[in-house]
Design a protein around this ligand. Structure first.
Ligand code: AMP
Length: 216
């Protein structure tokens, strides 16, 4: 199964992508996580990406497409994958088509995560993440067992720099202008399916199974 998860920042797309990966035993390819890792490691690419990420803008296409292309060549994606946060604009969607054609596979479904503006802002301002393993927490809805510490790996949790209020609005605008239009493209291909970004943690799994049922 090959799935793309799309949705505005704070819609819960990352959480859903991780759950799909767990349920169907698929690797999750999250470009945001990969870029944050490059930033944390201080690589040349990370230094460049950091400039755009801090401002809430998209990192240059050639960088992101290069990362995804490399990742999709690895053997663990042979039986499927979940793409979280890629493609994010039309050139990336076209590049993905080309990469997949070369490998001889197709995307089965593009999940569009729908959430209200109130949910998005509430979620981003109360979100913390683990800089090491990428686990996502929410002060109210999904707090870690020990305040400020990752349940999975014991690392100290951080707030993403781009989750600060002044950057959130810009990221939402970028989504509307650049990412939202690619949904129309996948719609025409008959690939899009809507899922709710509003459900509680326990209900997410059931909805995902219902929506992806016919692809397994
Ligand atoms: P995310 O974790 O998906 O919210 O992504 C965080 C940030 O990483 C975005 O605001 C962008 O700056 C960058 N990013 C992630 N994925 C992409 C992509 N496909 N294209 C360009 N920039 C990206």
């Amino acid at each position: 199964m090959r799935i793309v998860v799309l949705g505005p920042p704070g819609s819960g797309k990352g959480t859903r992508a991780k759950i799909i990966g767990e349920v169907y035993k698929l690797p999750v390819i999250a470009t945001g996580d990969m870029l944050r890792e490059a930033v944390a490691n201080g690589t040349e690419m990370g230094k460049l990406a950091d400039i755009y990420m801090k401002r809430g803008e998209l990192v240059k296409d050639d960088i992101v497409i290069g990362i995804v292309k490399e990742r999709l060549k690895r053997p663990d994606v042979k039986d499927g994958f979940v793409l979280d946060g890629f493609p994010r604009n039309l050139p990336q969607a076209q590049a993905l088509d080309t990469i997949l054609k070369e490998i001889g596979v197709e995307i089965d479904a593009v999940l569009n995560v729908i959430a209200s503006a109130d949910t998005i802002v509430g979620r981003l301002s109360l979100r913390s993440i683990c800089p090491t393993c990428g686990a996502i927490y929410h002060i109210k809805d999904k707090p870690p067992k020990k305040l400020g510490i990752c349940d999975v790996c014991g690392e100290t949790l951080i707030q993403r720099e781009d989750d600060k209020n002044e950057i959130i609005n810009h990221r939402l605008k970028v989504y509307e202008e650049q990412t939202y239009p690619i949904l129309e493209r996948y719609d025409k291909m008959g690939k899009t399916r809507e899922i709710s970004g509003e459900l509680g943690f326990d209900e997410i799994k059931d909805e995902i199974k219902r929506v992806l049922n016919d692809l397994t």
